[in-house]
Design a protein around this ligand. Sequence first.
Ligand code: ITT
Length: 199
Amino acid sequence: MDLLIGTSNPGKMREYAEILGELSLRLISLRDVGLQSLEIDEPYATYAENAAHKARAYAQASGLHALADDSGLEVDALDGRPGVYSARYGGPTDRDRNIKLLGELAAMPDAARTARFLCVVAVADPQMGAVEYGHGTVEGAVGYGICEATGGFGYDAVFIPEGFDVCFSALSPGVKNSLSHRGNAMRSLIPVLRRMAHT
Ligand code: ITT
C-alpha cells in the first residue's frame, strides 16, 4: 500500500521513515506527489481534530491513504501551553520558540518544569474519508538551556525525557522513536495499517 506522509516538517518525515520502515508500505512524501506547497490550516483546539483535518485534506488532494499528525509540548508551569499551539508560539524558527519557552520558565520553581509531548496521528482513507487514530505521549521536563546536541527538531533541544539526563536532541533517532510521543502513537496504529495494507 502507498501511504502519503502528510507533513511539511522534515523532522517528522525522517521519524516516520524510520518508525514505519519495517512495514510493507511505500512511503510517499508531499513532494513526491507535487503537494509540497499545499498548506493545510489547523483551525481546531484539539490535536485529534487538527490531525484528522490534515489527513483528510491530503488524502483528498492525492487520492492516497494519508497520514498526518498534530503534536505539541504541554508544560505544567504554563498550564499546558504551548500545547496544541506549539507550532505558532514565539516566532518562526525552532530556536525562537525554545528561547521564548525558556524565558517564560526562568522564574518558575524546578518542580514546575515538568512537561510532556503529545501526538495524535490520523490516517485517512481517500475513498470513504474514514479516519483511524493513534495517540502517544512521553513525560519529561524542560531543561535550563538549549542543549548543544544537533539531533532531532523543534523542542527536542529543551526537552529531557523522564529517566534520562540529556535532551531528546542528544539521543539517536532509534532511541528517541522508541520512547517518543510519535513512536508511541504510531505503535498503537500499526495493527490498523497492517489491516489497511491487506484489504
Ligand atoms: P505539519 O503540520 O506539516 O506536520 P508542523 O511542524 O506545523 O508540521 P504541528 O502543527 O504538529 O507540526 O506542530 C507541532 C509543533 O510541536 C512544532 O513546533 C514542532 O516542532 C513541535 N514538535 C512536535 N513533535 C516534536 C518532536 O518530536 N520533537 C520536538 N518538537 C516537536
